[in-house]
Design a binder for this molecule. Structure first.
Ligand code: SIN
Length: 518
């Protein structure tokens, strides 16, 4: 992948705007970083689609934070590092677990309505890899929606923050190692709506890469755009081989689109896994059984499916009181019912699918990247906090803690960064060559599911990489005329980088499991 810009453009011929900070992404990391920026800064938040179309909004389980009487940040640290399979950046983990309670308190102050007991104390649940109950949640299983809605209200109350919906970030503009702005397409008419946003800093909080896979829990908009454009602009990426598969996703063998998650909290509250022959198996794989770290449960399910020749297993929570289940898991209950499964009476068919990305744009502990003025946080960033396998419910937390840290760093140093309305242009793309991007996207997704999944091996990954590189080369040459075309190129770039990372890491580690491990 050698392309610097994905389209031809000339900033001297298109409309421009000036902002202090442009935030790419309106999930929890983007909104919370914007909320924490100084009120005298002019901030623009870009949302690629509608505001309810990101992964944060879909998050069910909750946010991990050691706030209970029997819990301590040290225990949260230990569980995070253990789940991360020895690959975590311990400095980042230490920051994450110590600062977690402070950010939860800030959310409570701005009106986030977490679930509480009759005495008014926060209620916690347990998820995979956690040694105790420490996951805070809202409306049972709609935590992400509650947090996003409260942050949107808080950001809208600030006059210095503008939120633009349906704005697609195309490429970052960088000169002399410094981030100078962003090329975007605003609105629905891609051909006529290019704009350049000049700014002092960009916070890339654009989320993960889920749509590089056929089966994923991720929203349709999660196509790795931020990571891919940062890579084109010269940002260092790291840990690209570490892709997380959620063990229990509602089994849906056909159709496209994002798959429906059955929160790990269902297992945390007592749900058990049964193979197709209704036999419980998790204890044979790990002493923590159903609440073992996520990579281990996903592999165990994968192995049971193979042994029994099935493409799913079952999750059973029918032994719990029906009234309790409807109240505790209202989203899951009603969605499963729509699919013909009453979770109070029926086993839920589940299988593991792509869910989260541990790799991304490498940052330091303040969210800085190697490009001056470019920050990254949330799933797009690689702080090293998750290591080779993220501990459940640490993702929204990472978005909060490191999103705030980006803002704090920008607040102290931003006025040293000048805004320069310099000219950027690209005329290297030859017009006219068309392509079938939808077909290319489907091909890439199938390759990634087949060869960069729960189990991988060097030989198959080499073949998949050759194939994806050839798709990427034709995408690079083609005339990209829509958001969807550029997304497909971004997906191809991410897929190739995941495969490259996975090929060069010869030994299995956490979520990166090689059947030919050295
Ligand atoms: C879940 O509710 O199982 C997902 C939470 C997470 O991905 O951490």
């Amino acid at each position: 992948m050698s392309l610097r810009y994905v389209i031809n453009f000339d900033t001297s011929k298109i409309e421009s705007e000036i902002w202090d900070v442009v935030v790419i992404g309106s999930g929890i990391a983007g909104l919370y970083s914007a909320f924490n920026l100084d009120s005298n800064l002019k901030i623009c938040i870009l949302s690629k689609g509608a505001l309810d179309k990101n992964n944060s909004y879909l998050a069910q389980g909750g946010i991990a934070a050691a706030m209970g009487e029997d819990d301590m940040p040290e225990y949260h640290f230990k569980d995070t590092v253990k789940a991360g399979a020895g690959h975590c950046n311990e400095e980042a983990v230490d920051i994450l677990v110590r600062e977690a309670p402070k950010d939860i308190e800030i959310l409570c102050r701005i009106g986030t309505n977490f679930d509480r007991n009759p005495e008014g104390m926060l209620v916690t649940t347990r998820e995979g890899g956690h040694g105790c109950f420490r996951v805070i949640h809202a409306h049972g299983d709609a935590t992400g929606k509650e947090v996003v809605d409260s942050l949107l209200r808080a950001c809208r109350n600030k006059e210095n923050i503008t939120i633009k919906e349906n704005c697609f970030a195309i490429d970052m503009l960088v000169a002399e190692g410094r981030c100078a702005g962003l090329l975007i397409a605003e609105g629905t008419d891609f051909e006529s709506t290019k704009k350049v946003l000049y700014c002092r800093s960009i916070i890339c909080a654009s989320g993960g890469i889920g749509q590089a896979y056929k089966n994923t829990t991720n929203s349709e908009v999660v196509t790795g755009d931020g990571i891919s454009m940062a890579y084109r602009a010269g940002a260092v990426l790291s840990d690209m081989e570490f892709v997380q598969f959620h063990p229990t996703v509602f089994y849906q063998p056909t159709g496209k689109g994002s798959r429906f998650l059955i929160s790990e909290a269902v297992r945390g509250e007592g749900g058990i896994l049964l193979n197709i022959n209704h036999r419980r198996f998790m204890k044979e794989y790990h002493e923590m059984g159903e609440v073992a770290p996520r990579d281990i449960v996903s592999r165990a399910i994968f192995s049971e499916m193979r042994k029994t020749g099935s493409d799913h297993v079952f999750l059973d929570i029918t032994h719990k009181d029906a009234f309790y289940l409807r109240k505790r898991f209202p989203t899951i209950y009603s969605r499963c019912l729509k699919e013909g499964v009453d979770i109070t009476r029926d086993y839920i068919p589940v299988y593991p699918v792509q869910h989260y990305f541990m790799g991304g744009i490498r940052t330091d502990m303040t969210g800085r990247t190697n490009i001056e003025g470019l920050y990254a946080c949330g799933e797009a960033a690689n702080t090293g906090v998750h290591g080779a396998n993220r501990l459940a419910s640490n993702s929204l937390l990472e978005g909060l803690v490191f999103g705030r840290r980006c803002a704090e760093d920008i607040n102290t140093g931003i006025h040293k960064l000048k805004i320069e309305k310099r000219r950027f242009f690209n005329n290297l793309k030859s017009p006219g060559k068309s392509l079938n991007a939808a077909e290319a996207r489907d091909e890439i997704k199938m390759q990634m599911d087949a060869y960069a999944g729960i189990e991988r091996n060097g030989r198959d990954m080499e073949k998949a990489l050759d194939y994806i590189n050839s798709i990427a080369a034709s995408l690079e040459e083609a005339d990209l005329r829509s958001v969807s075309d550029i997304e497909t190129l971004n997906i191809a770039c991410i897929a190739a980088l995941i495969l490259k990372g996975a090929i060069s890491r010869k030994k299995s580690c956490g979520s990166h499991y090689r059947t030919d491990s050295e």
